[in-house]
Design a protein. Structure first.
Length: 323
């Protein structure tokens, strides 16, 4: 791809060339020419080659002074770029009475004045549905250039392994992972399906086939975990076997599955939906029920729903904290 010499030092496109089934990369020269006309400049371009490139590239460009970071790709690419806007500057030991709770990281925006652009070009584009973004790369670029910036909530997640965090009685430090989610974080069978699908996709590039394979490999053998759930630091608690948990910011999950009908991406609240203990076949029926309206969801015995500012979930394997 040939570009004009005067490349923008303010705007960068972070592009997943494999999005849209690879058509983004194949048609990039023509696409970039259209984008240049919309932006009225020659944006810098950086292509993603592997997982988490979006996060690394975003941090690099923000530190170089770029103020407009545009993510062009699927939901995974958009979430990687969102993570790049933050850095974990330190972790402080947990000082609450719950000694099993993870350390509390401090997330800091690299540049509070920077703006993120969303140009969804994936197979699902779930976040775009919650934000009511238009269909099409060109249309979303026009929205970014001509529209006003909109502040949205982000989910800060701290995930701690079963061995972590370290305590005075333990010589083995526990692994703590801190991430940002724009749309939703999944726990349980949903997360397991996603994880297996990604591993299969390394061998089978088709997202559809890898997702179906992940479902087939997971559902028949998946066992629910006994979990302790704390909402808003103990305002309400729940002890239950959990097949699937969703901490949502947006209304939809993959495939247009509406797991949090009441969710509002700017209300400052997390929408927690828990599918309690379900067998593999019953699980499918419960998923259908969760697609209904919010009142119907709350009345189901096997489904727990609540809005909160903070959610902590502890299983035998991990400790999750969302805020």
């Amino acid at each position: 791809m040939s570009q004009q010499e005067q490349i923008s030092t303010e705007t960068v496109l972070i592009v997943n060339p494999n999005s849209c089934g690879g058509s983004t990369g194949k048609n990039w020269e023509n696409l970039y020419n259209q984008i240049k006309e919309i932006f009225g400049e020659n944006p810098e371009v950086a292509f993603i080659q592997k997982s988490w490139d979006g996060t690394i590239l975003t941090r690099d460009f923000l530190r170089k002074g770029f103020k407009k970071i545009v993510a062009l790709g699927g939901d995974g690419t958009i979430n990687e770029v969102a993570n790049g806007f933050f850095e974990v500057i330190t972790s402080v030991n947990n000082r609450s009475n719950d000694k099993t709770a993870p350390a509390s990281p401090i997330l800091k925006l690299i540049n509070p004045e920077a703006t993120m652009g969303l140009v969804p070009s994936g197979s699902r584009n779930v976040l775009a549905k919650s934000l009511d973004l238009p269909d099409g790369i060109i249309e979303c670029c026009q929205r970014f250039v001509n529209g006003k910036p909109q502040k949205i909530d982000v989910i800060a997640a701290v995930i701690t392994t079963a061995e972590a965090p370290a305590t005075a009685e333990s010589d083995h430090p526990k692994e703590v992972t801190t991430r940002i989610f724009l749309n939703a974080a999944e726990i349980g069978v949903g997360a397991e399906i996603i994880d297996r699908s990604k591993k299969i996709r390394d061998k089978i590039k088709s997202r559809f086939i890898s997702t179906i394979s992940g479902v087939i490999a997971t559902l028949p053998t998946y066992e629910s975990n006994l979990c302790e759930v704390s909402i808003d630091d103990g305002r309400q608690s729940l002890l239950s076997k959990m097949t699937m948990g969703v901490v949502a910011n947006g209304r939809y999950l993959g495939g247009g599955f509406r797991a949090a009908p009441q969710a509002n991406i700017t209300d400052g609240l997390l929408d927690l939906t828990i599918l309690k203990n379900s067998g593999s076949l019953k699980m499918l029926d419960e998923f259908v029920d969760m697609k209904g309206d919010a009142d119907n969801t709350q009345e189901k015995n096997n489904i727990f729903y609540m809005q909160a500012k903070k959610v902590s979930i502890k299983s035998k394997e991990r400790y999750y904290s969302y805020s």
